[in-house]
Design a protein around this ligand. Sequence first.
Ligand code: MN
Length: 131
Amino acid sequence: MRITRQRPGTERGAAENFSGAVWLDEIAAPPAPSRLRVFHVHFAPGAHTAWHRHPHGQVLHILQGEGRVRRRDGAVEAVRAGDTVWIEPGEWHWHGAGPHTFMSHLAVVEAAGDGTTTDWGAPVEPGDRHA
Ligand code: MN
């Protein structure tokens, strides 16, 4: 058993993968054979990911504020603190804050055998962002 009381510093989301101000806290990345990866992700109003997919899917649990999620061929969905979203393996999607509020969520993924957690795609077009 290991208790973490001091974790790595908060990191800014890479500009090629995120639009707007997005900051990530690594909550857990336990050693093999676990492939669990948990992040607390903070989005400024209007900030969001690019289109992407996860090889083994992803759980998002909204901790604070109001956000938006969209899967390819789906509508933009509003999500709020307390909501939990399951994203299917390989499902293209994006997530982020609503236009006028901060949003933070836990992001839980299982890495692939090669360590990949995310395949990144195109930026989200402005017209795709609003419910
Ligand atoms: Mn995702």
